[in-house]
Design a protein around this ligand. Structure first.
Ligand SMILES: *Cc1c(COP(=O)(O)O)cnc(C)c1O
Length: 401
């Protein structure tokens, strides 16, 4: 398994300072290989969900592996095109955007996934069958690690309900829309492959309404381990079952469909490390705090999703294990980990947060007028800066003085 060692991470911190995000290209390649291998018996196409980590150097690396790209905003589409992805290998899956943005995506020639009735109608009225579209459906399957990251439930804003299929049908018929794909994405961190298989069976049912269908997009939500003992979505088993289901469907209907996936976390979660420095050790009546030179402005997942990120003290790996509360320097409750056993932490030690590739830097902000960290890509044993650390002037860049 491709990992960066403590000494490699320490060297990056020495060279580029902290806090710093470090990404390991070989790990992304390894995850991509695992996926393509799992789905080799399907006619599958893998779209990297780039909202998880959009640095253009990461996009270029993913492109070099042969992946396509899933984008949720017009700016991601532009970044993808700039990175070199062909327009037919980009899928644009926006939610609640202005029709103007959809028009811009159409101008660029990428695949468009429409997720509400109003836009579907406007698109159909304007372009009829002249531009193919995909429709995002809500299969009403409750899934995912946490309500905040579930998107398939009845209260979700995403997709068009499968119960509105007759309404969709009327729009498609009256406008002559050319529907080549249907899509679902029920959430993140789904360990039970039956969620995908149930979704697929719903999608097969829906596919009867679209005679020109070419693909079914099953979205993503593949889970990777965040802590020892955590399960990972069994993509090999899923690949086997999906291949069987598509073969069966082809036998029954004579239709040969492609299957598309849009993994984010699966490809880039484990490739990433956030290296920070312990600023202060603070003993209180309740606990021992380690205050680090980062915060939820750099890695928001623990505060936002109660996510667990494994932490190691790479400066004192053989120290006595002690229990700490690891917190950031933001003036608000800013906890990375409660009651976490770490080898003894001294002021100045380097701590590493694991699984920091997906939704780490991407969700960073300048809250408290603090600067965003640098990003470094390690490839073939060589560490390269791929984003400069913010400087003070960046805070004022768009302010009118
Ligand atoms: C966020 C998102 C993904 C990726 O989800 P992961 O859990 O990171 O794999 C895929 N498709 C769509 C439409 C998304 O919004």
């Amino acid at each position: 398994m491709a990992t960066l060692t403590s000494s490699e991470l320490t060297n990056v911190a020495k060279e580029f300072g902290t806090p710093v995000y470090v990404y390991h290209a070989e790990k992304i390649s390894e995850q991509y290989q695992k996926l393509t291998n799992a789905f080799k018996k399907c006619d599958a196409k893998i779209f990297y969900a780039c909202k998880s980590l959009t640095n253009i150097n990461i996009l270029k690396h993913v492109l070099s592996l042969g992946a396509s790209l899933d984008c949720v905003s017009i700016n991601e589409v532009k970044l993808g095109l700039m990175a070199g992805f062909a327009k037919e290998n980009i899928l644009y899956t926006p939610n609640c955007v202005d029709f103007e943005e959809i028009l811009e995506a159409k101008e660029s020639g990428v695949n468009i996934n429409i997720d509400n009735i109003s836009i579907l109608e406007q698109f159909g009225n304007k372009f009829a069958g002249s531009y193919p579209v995909c429709i995002r459906l809500n299969p009403h399957i409750m899934a995912g690690g946490n309500f905040k990251i579930s998107t398939g439930h009845v209260d979700s804003k995403f997709g068009i309900s499968i119960h509105q299929i007759r309404h969709i049908g009327r729009i498609v018929k009256t406008t002559g829309l050319h529907v080549t794909g249907i899509h679902m994405h029920t959430g993140s961190e789904i360990k039970d492959i039956n969620v995908f298989l149930m979704g697929l069976s719903v999608m097969f049912g829906m596919s009867e309404h679209f005679p020109k269908l070419e693909y079914i997009d099953l979205g993503s939500g593949f889970k990777v381990p965040y802590q020892p003992g955590d399960p990972e979505t069994d993509v090999d088993e899923l690949g086997k079952k999906v291949a069987e289901a598509f073969a069966q469907h082809e036998k029954e209907t004579g239709k040969k469909l492609q299957v598309w996936f849009e993994p984010g976390k699966y490809l880039v979660s484990q490739c990433g490390y956030l290296v920070v420095k312990a600023n202060v050790i603070k003993q209180t009546p309740a606990t021992v705090f380690v205050g680090v030179n980062s915060g939820f402005n750099h890695l928001i997942r623990p505060m936002m999703y109660e996510a667990y990120h494994h932490i190691e003290n790479v400066s004192n790996p053989n120290g006595t294990p002690r229990i700490y509360t690891v917190v950031g320097n933001i003036c608000e409750t800013d906890t990375f980990a409660w009651d976490r056993t770490l080898t003894e932490v001294r002021e100045g030690d380097l701590l590493v947060f694991y699984n920091a590739g997906a939704y780490g830097f991407e969700m960073a902000s300048n809250f408290n007028s603090r600067l965003k960290p640098a990003e470094v890509l390690v490839k073939d044993g060589e560490a390269k800066l791929i984003r400069k650390r913010d400087v003070f002037e960046d805070l004022l860049k768009n302010q009118i003085i």
